[in-house]
Design a protein around this ligand. Structure first.
Ligand SMILES: C[S@@+](CC[C@H](N)C(=O)[O-])C[C@H]1O[C@@H](n2cnc3c(N)ncnc32)[C@H](O)[C@@H]1O
Length: 208
């Protein structure tokens, strides 16, 4: 399973933002929508082996929205439709338990530190000055944590350190979070394909 966690430092926790001006009224939920697109959308389908967790901290108690690729429906490539799905989730009365919004989308009160996924496989914190992710021989599916336009706070960084997260970079330039997700997905796809090719080659060096 690939988990992508994106921290929305100012992302709205209520549905009262405008679909006509998502960047200007939602605390940059547009960034989170693009991350969802990059995490799930294939040319002709949805990646079923991906989960996305959005941490929204733009008012009141922080909320987390979870999107599960296996069950996800109604996801189109455009930001507006995705923002409408998030808006629907944010309109629900929730507590600290996951509440289903639409197929594959769940919401609850909770912050980064409340996620149960850490410790289940490796955790990678994506940061511009990290070690090259491509160079990591152990790189495989795991949990990838990214910031929005603001990045991660000092407290978040301390939390990543406590988790023993590997700090990794996807290249020498500072990129948008959604573009980083595309690169990670691509790298993992390539590794999976290479492993498949290897396992299909028999002892005589020929493909079975
Ligand atoms: C637009 S960047 C954040 C820029 C923000 N001003 C900062 O200093 O953190 C959004 C997120 O993308 C990720 N990111 C951007 N470029 C990266 C790179 N080359 N390698 C790894 N992660 C990167 C980081 O997680 C970052 O928090």
């Amino acid at each position: 399973m690939r988990n992508f966690v994106v921290v929305g430092n100012r992302a709205a926790t209520t549905p009262d933002f405008s679909l006509e001006d998502i960047p200007g009224t939602s605390g940059r939920i547009d960034i989170l929508c693009r991350c969802i697109n990059s995490a799930f959308v294939l040319s002709h389908g949805i990646r079923r082996d991906v989960h996305v967790y959005l941490i929204l901290r733009g008012g009141g108690s922080p909320k987390t929205i979870q999107l599960r690729g296996r069950d996800l429906r109604h996801l189109n490539p455009d930001e507006r439709t995705t923002a409408a799905l998030l808006k629907k989730a944010l309109a629900l009365e929730v507590d600290s338990n996951w509440t289903k919004s639409t197929p594959g989308i769940f919401v609850r009160i909770g912050d980064l530190a409340n996620l149960e996924i850490f410790g289940d496989g490796a955790t990678y914190y994506l940061r511009e000055d990290g070690s090259d992710y491509r160079g990591l021989s152990s790189g495989a599916d795991g949990t990838f944590v990214l910031g929005d336009h603001i990045g991660l706070s000092e407290e978040d960084e301390a939390f990543m350190t406590d988790l023993n997260a590997a700090i990794v970079s996807v290249g020498p330039r500072s990129l948008h979070a959604d573009h980083c997700i595309v690169l990670i997905n691509n790298e993992l796809d390539r590794r999976e394909a290479a492993n498949r090719d290897e396992s299909e080659i028999d002892g005589n060096g020929t493909k079975e």
